[in-house]
Write a protein that binds this ligand. Structure first.
Ligand code: HT7
Ligand code: ZN
Length: 877
């Protein structure tokens, strides 16, 4: 398959001014009539260039140019299924009619059926599966859409923009017309039609316009939309207050569907959501689900300005809308509750997903230079690292200049399709800061590594920071990037001894000097995680000190995590050097032993845990985050060659040992923090539950499952129920199977809860590849439903490292079997599942060979999709 390169960008030969669509819905034979008002693009080279229309899986019924039918010999056929028409006048009207089958569309791109309802997904290149069109984001057009369907099957007919009439038709059919006054790229087009019910509300904009809000869901789910609706209204207000951005249509509709490739989609005036990010009742959704809903609803709403009104010129610019909008949703969520705890969670996610990506075979810059399949580039790098880059820019130019830059960006580029350079230029012009060097952050892949050195003499403290970025595929050499380092100095008594500052490290190495200090301080660096880098060079003693004393919550958390990481790595090393692998035996009881050797709880880690527990009730949400040991995946990422068995043994041992050492305090926390009064989802209530369930998990790891059994039996909300079930599922308690069966029996009609049932088992160390494979044969498993696939296959491969990396290679084989089966059903989801196999260089030779063998087995499949092919071939390189 061809590689698309950023440097090959050419403007389109024709623009589309107006699109009029008529869609007659039918499960197997939907008819789409499109009328395109075309105009030659004055900015395109080649005054006689042909009109090129994308098309995929369409059956062309007719094509008429300026009233005259186009004969077959005027239609050139393009490789992917598109059309090329020569000799089109500078202004012309093209009318086409095609037939498509929503029922046959298991790819979930274009028009498809979910639970019997019609729904579209057009980003990135799905509109071409609905009609012939120049399906690229730099073609912005005004759309009118008329929908026609059977009234009984489809009482609801929705599209973008404002409603503009509806009526009856013969034979029980009806129609509705929608007009979107705003020009938009085709990827924002949407249709939803079916038997859905609306939960309604309204919002008055700050200029006094009334916007009708509606969330469309399956009948019976109306009571589960309150949190999403509330999140939407808070997002609308926040964007007015923070950026002066007001909503721009009379209606804002959301539709929730069960079958969706991603989380949600920001279609103009008609957002389509995965039900996972809309539906929440205390009995069925966890606190994390509530937080996810708030974030995703806000994210899609914020796209209305950062993405829809100002969009991307081409898909290489994806982070222009995604990085910026993630930055905006993170800022919004931070404003809703504890900003510090939100930041920890965001950083944890960045490190879990983006850092490994940046160190693996698919590493790419925030603005990639090439791709084979654009769907493979909706990545943690484009989204999360892209958000970090915007965040750094704001730190460098200051909040006020950043706001001025946003105003300028939108004023300059409203209704345009633009580039990342345009965004950076607006920030530069508004702030007067030269950001040309800063733009390296968009161009260079890889996570920069910062190393700290110190010197102290005669009251003069010199902090030396050195940076380097490791090579990544296609980028062997890296230049230094400007790194904003928010910092302070802590004196021996635990007080700040210098004004907190923002240092700017621009060169490969720089000294920063502080005078007039009475004693050598401890540097508190990267406060709030001011840059997405890896920091090293502090001693265990300094980390312990910062964990106890820093005034910055992020550095306190980070230092305790780094302390635990260093400790765990040392324990892993000790195990590795003691015995040959084949003789290892790991006992999951908590007393991990490798060939009879017993690990010991390091007193330093116990002391940090004890100190955290002592202050836990001051800020329960923070304490829950700080008490969690670094994940097995994170520890593996710190090693040149990982050792999944040893890491698992060490982490399990520590959880059990800490659970036993502090059993009384964990038990006391579990009792003290029991919910009194009604269930609430504010930050304080969520924090209390998080800490209480962290205590429960430590007790469970220490073999005390009685509390979990009682909590599972009595839980009235999903957070507590699932936390208790997790403890039981990870244990050898006789209650395990019974609890799993009871949970299944109770929730078998709730797909989102059933997903959790699959995930808990997929991630449990007690589930090996054979058990995961057995779950894939469970009658409730469904390859056509992306949520279910992620809940089992994704969770197993990414969240159960010990089983996935079993020395037998069975974990790898299970994943490869699933990828092969999925590729015939949904290529986007299949390609995304390949990633865990790509990290074979981080495993020992035997495992690496098994991973490669599975990648080669996938690559050899005839008819493999280009997306899966791209991931597999890059992973093998
Ligand atoms: N902009 C949306 C991306 C998206 C998507 C991309 C590829 C295939 C399916 C998809 N569904 C949604 C979501 C967002 O980032 O807001
Ligand atoms: Zn987005």
């Amino acid at each position: 398959p061809p590689t698309i390169r950023r440097e090959d960008y050419r403007p389109p030969a024709f623009l589309v001014e107006q699109v009029d669509l008529h869609i007659a819905l039918h499960p197997t034979a939907t008819r789409v009539r499109a009328r395109l008002a075309l105009r030659r693009n004055p900015d395109a080279a080649g005054a006689a260039a042909a009109l090129e229309l994308d098309g995929e899986a369409l059956r062309l019924l007719s094509a008429v140019l300026d009233g005259a039918p186009l004969p077959e010999d005027r239609l050139g056929h393009l490789p992917g299924g598109g059309l090329r028409i020569e000799g089109v006048p500078d202004a012309a009207v093209l009318e086409t009619e095609v037939e498509i089958s929503p029922e046959a569309n298991s790819e979930l791109s274009g028009l498809y059926l979910s639970g019997g309802n019609y729904v579209t997904q057009c980003e990135a290149e799905g509109f071409r599966r609905i009609t012939y069109f120049p399906d690229r984001p730099d073609v912005m057009a005004r759309y009118t859409t008329t929908l026609e369907a059977d009234r009984a099957a489809c009482p609801v007919l929705l599209s973008n923009g404002n409603p503009d009439g509806a009526g009856e038709l013969p034979d029980g059919r009806h129609w509705a017309r929608w007009v979107d006054p705003h020009p938009k790229p085709s990827y924002l087009f949407a249709v939803v039609a079916g038997d859905l019910v609306a939960v309604r509300d309204s919002f008055t904009t700050r200029s006094g316009r009334e916007v009708a809000l509606a969330i469309y869901v399956r009948r019976g789910d109306e009571d589960a939309c309150g949190h999403a609706m509330d999140s939407l209204k808070r997002s609308m207000r926040w964007d007015e207050e923070t950026y002066g951005l007001e909503y721009d249509l009379d209606v804002f509709n959301i539709a929730a569907v069960s079958d969706f490739n991603m989380g949600a989609m920001e279609n103009k005036g008609l957002n389509v959501f995965n039900t996972k990010y809309i539906l929440a009742r205390p009995e069925t959704a966890t606190d994390m689900d509530y937080e996810g809903i708030e974030t995703v609803v806000a994210h899609e709403y914020f796209h209305n300005w950062t993405g829809n009104r100002v969009t991307c010129r081409d898909w290489f610019q994806l982070s222009l809308k995604e990085g910026l909008t993630v930055f905006r949703d993170q800022h919004f969520s931070a404003d809703q509750g504890s900003a510090a705890v939100k930041r920890l969670a965001d950083v944890r996610r960045l490190r879990a997903a983006q850092f490994p990506e940046d160190a693996g075979p698919m590493a790419h810059p925030v603005r990639p230079d090439s791709y084979v399949e654009i769907n493979n580039f909706y990545t943690a790098t484009v989204y999360q690292k892209g958000a970090e880059v915007v965040r750094m820019m704001r730190a460098l130019i200051g909040a006020e200049n950043f706001r001025r830059g946003m105003d300028l960006y939108i004023a300059r580029h409203d209704n345009q399709a633009v580039t990342i350079e345009d965004f950076v230029r607006a920030m530069q012009d508004a702030s007067g800061t030269d950001l040309s060097r800063f733009s390296r952050w968009y161009a260079q892949a890889g996570t920069p590594e910062l190393r700290v050195r110190e010197a102290f003499a005669d009251g003069r403290y010199t902090l030396t920071l050195a940076q380097s970025t490791p090579p990544t595929p296609g980028q062997p050499e890296k230049l230094p990037v400007p790194v904003p380092v928010a910092m302070g100095l802590i004196g021996p008594e635990g007080a700040e001894v210098a004004e907190p500052r923002l240092l700017l490290l621009e060169e490969a190495e720089q000294d920063f000097v502080f005078e007039g200090l009475a004693a050598k301080p401890v540097p508190s660096l990267l406060r709030g995680f001011s840059a997405p880098v890896k920091l090293s060079g502090l001693t265990l003693e300094q980390l312990g000190f910062l964990a106890a004393h820093d005034t910055d919550a992020f550095v306190r958390w980070e230092s305790s995590q780094q302390y635990a990481t260093a400790t765990m790595l040392a324990m892993v090393e000790a195990l590795r050097s003691q015995e040959p692998k084949a003789e290892r035996a790991v006992h999951a009881s908590g007393d991990a032993a490798f060939s009879g050797r017993t690990l010991e709880l390091p007193e330093g880690l116990a002391a940090i845990t004890g100190a955290l527990l002592g202050r836990a009730l001051e800020d329960p949400a923070f304490a829950a985050e700080a008490l969690a040991l670094p994940s097995e995946e994170f520890i593996a990422d710190q090693m040149t060659i990982a050792d999944p068995e040893a890491i698992h043994a060490v982490r399990q041992f520590l959880r059990g040992a800490l659970g036993r050492r502090f059993a009384a305090r964990f038990a006391a926390l579990h009792e003290t923090l029991a919910d009194a009064g009604p269930y609430r989802t504010d930050g304080a209530a969520i924090g209390r539950r998080a800490l209480r369930n962290a205590a429960l998990a430590y007790l469970g790891a220490a073999g005390e499952t009685g509390r979990a059994e009682a909590q599972f039996a009595g839980a009235t909300n999903m957070t507590d129920s699932l936390a208790a079930l997790r403890v039981l599922v990870d244990s050898d308690s006789p209650a395990r199977e019974q609890a799993l069966a009871a949970f299944h029996a109770r929730w078998k009609e709730e797909p989102l809860v059933l997903d959790k049932w699959f995930t808990l088992q997929a991630m449990s160390p007690r589930t090996d590849a054979a058990a995961a494979e057995a779950l894939s044969r469970h009658p409730d498993f469904d390859l056509r439903n992306p949520n279910r696939v992620r809940s089992l296959v994704g969770a197993f491969a990414a969240g159960n490292p010990a089983a996935f990396h079993a020395a037998s290679g069975e974990g790898y084989r299970f994943l490869a079997d699933m990828v092969i089966a999925l590729d015939a059903v949904n290529t986007q989801v299949a390609a995304r599942m390949v990633s865990p196999l790509g990290h074979w260089k981080r495993q020992d030779a035997a495992r690496g060979a098994r991973m490669r063998a599975e990648l080669e087995r996938i690559a050899a499949r005839p008819g493999l999709s280009k997306g899966t092919y791209e991931k597999v071939s890059k992973s093998l390189a």
